[in-house]
Design a protein around this ligand. Sequence first.
Ligand code: MN
Length: 229
Amino acid sequence: MTTRTTKKKPAPKKKAAGRKAAGPERQLAEYRRKRDFTRTAEPAGGGVRAARKLAFVIQKHAASHLHFDLRLELDGVMKSWAVPKGPSLDPAVKRLAMQVEDHPIEYNSFEGTIPKGEYGGGTVMLWDRGTYTFAGDDPRPEDALRRGYEKGDFKILLRGKRLRGSWVLVRTRRGDERRPQWLLIKHRDEFAQAESDIVAEELTSVATRRTMEQIATGKSRVWHSKGSG
Ligand code: MN
């Protein structure tokens, strides 16, 4: 609220022409800069147009520290947060969510291993996935989502396999612009559960039913350089 400005943005036209091409390209620059796509099987991005339903995914990521990556589609990219303790269904629990760089939409199907020594090296599990929308009544839900995101009061309605119902991401610190801090909180609704620990209960991939160990030791999706078979 302190940073709100009454100045109107001058360019409502950008949506029509520039958004699809320029928007995600610019937003994915940091994501690409950190990765060597000749060494990691993660997607470079840019090949998939935004779906009409907005995608939501959570990837469990055993990197240097275990965390859960929450990703929510907005304007052609996946807005992304690293949630060290993962989501909680208990409305009394606030989970720290550190915003990280936007990811490409293709990342939503990534499960496998990122080579040691590469950015984010470790095992990635698809822990939940589905779609989401604005949690509330608005004739233009995507505009309401965008406004909420920009305001740092991002009300979302998740339709995943494991996470459902109404949640909010509240920005608590803008940080150095690159790592703003948010809190992920479950709203009280029929999907809230005070006594559960869903992160401890759900230990397998929502896509392949594999455990982290099976993903780490099973068929590798690590892409070795051309010719190595
Ligand atoms: Mn991660």
